[in-house]
Design a protein around this ligand. Structure first.
Ligand code: FMN
Length: 316
């Protein structure tokens, strides 16, 4: 089985990816949060460039993700990425947020299958001449999972490197359960290799998935890794760096790399604290004894306070 880290805007930037990779079982691929190329060749923002710079992605397989509905912008971005050494990019057809979907991007693009087909046709031709490959990360549709029949027919016209499926529709956001019957059909009918994504938060769910779908070759993990960064080790036994140390020591080392990384690149301790508090919001289940500390962390206004609390947590 191949394991991928899901793109998560605001969380899985290069600081997080490097810290994860240094301390936990390595992922086969790390997808960047979406890069949104500006119209008319404006290129990437400073933050986006930093995320894809080769020196910030050493020793791991990073796949940049692009969010656009313009084939010209996609191809221009791919060409820029090629100069940085990338040979594979991913197209975001899954983002459910209104600011994105209202512009017909992300999962909003799924509402226009004809336009999507033309887009993919142009992207495919352009990518072939660039000597690059691309994969798609998609939902089942906008309103109804049955829309996927038509969408898969379109995807099957093109030599996609991979089809990553999050089996919900746009209007579900992250509610309800992934629609596994529709996923089963997609897995069976897709010409491209399929990667599953969605709600794998523990070993039990992972084992059920892989028992039910024995042909599955790749799983992408998002929130499950934020909740439990040891999850890949637990589900696969894949070795991790520093595995001989206790989980708490390893988490401490990861935490320290993350904290120092954010301090280095972000201006102002408020922004750093915001990022760190977000991390703790997901890690809440890691050690029930930490609950009172996490409550205190939420109120911390200064890094000095924050450090005192986390030092206590890791010392206990
Ligand atoms: C905070 C957050 C940011 C996300 N940003 C992106 C993104 O930039 N691109 C993308 O394709 N999906 C994005 N997603 C969706 C995830 O990649 C993933 O599909 C989703 O969380 C479901 O997987 P999970 O249940 O394993 O978390 C985001 C999800 C979250 C929670």
């Amino acid at each position: 089985m191949k394991f991928y880290l899901a793109p998560m805007e605001g969380i899985t930037g290069y600081v997080y990816r490097n810290a994860y990779h240094a301390h936990f079982a390595p992922m086969d691929k790390y997808f960047t949060p979406f890069l949104a190329p500006k119209n008319n060749g404006g290129g990437f923002s400073h933050r986006e460039k930093n995320d894809i710079l080769p020196e910030h992605n050493q020793g791991m397989e990073t796949v940049p993700q692009i969010l656009t509905n313009s084939s010209q912008d996609f191809l221009r971005a791919a060409e820029d990425l090629k100069e940085y050494g990338y040979r594979e990019v991913n197209l975001n057809l899954g983002c459910p947020f209104a600011t994105v979907t209202a512009k017909g991007k992300g999962a909003g693009f799924l509402r226009e299958p004809e336009r999507l087909e033309t887009f993919l046709d142009q992207v495919c031709e352009g990518m072939a001449s660039l000597g690059m490959e691309f994969s798609v990360k998609t939902r089942l549709g906008a309103e109804d999972p049955l829309e996927f029949d038509r969408l898969l027919e379109i995807y099957n016209h093109f030599p996609l490197k991979e089809l990553i499926i999050h089996p919900r529709v746009l209007k579900d956001f992250y509610k309800y359960h992934p629609k596994m019957e529709n996923f089963a059909k997609a897995l069976q009918d897709s010409h491209a290799p399929v990667c599953y994504n969605g709600d794998i938060f523990d070993s039990e769910t992972y084992n059920r998935l892989t028992d039910d779908y024995q042909d599955l070759q790749a799983v992408m993990f998002g929130r499950g890794i934020l909740m439990d960064p040891f999850l890949i080790e637990k589900v696969s036994g894949r070795p991790a760096p520093g595995q001989e140390r206790t989980p708490k020591k390893r988490l401490e080392a990861f935490h320290s790399q993350l904290l120092e990384g954010y301090i280095e690149i972000m201006s102002g301790e408020r922004n750093v604290l915001f990022k760190m508090k977000e991390m703790w919001a997901h890690l809440i289940r890691f050690d029930p004894g930490w609950e009172p500390y996490i409550k205190k962390l939420r109120k911390a206004q200064h890094l000095s306070e924050y450090r005192i609390i986390t030092d206590q947590m890791f010392r206990e």
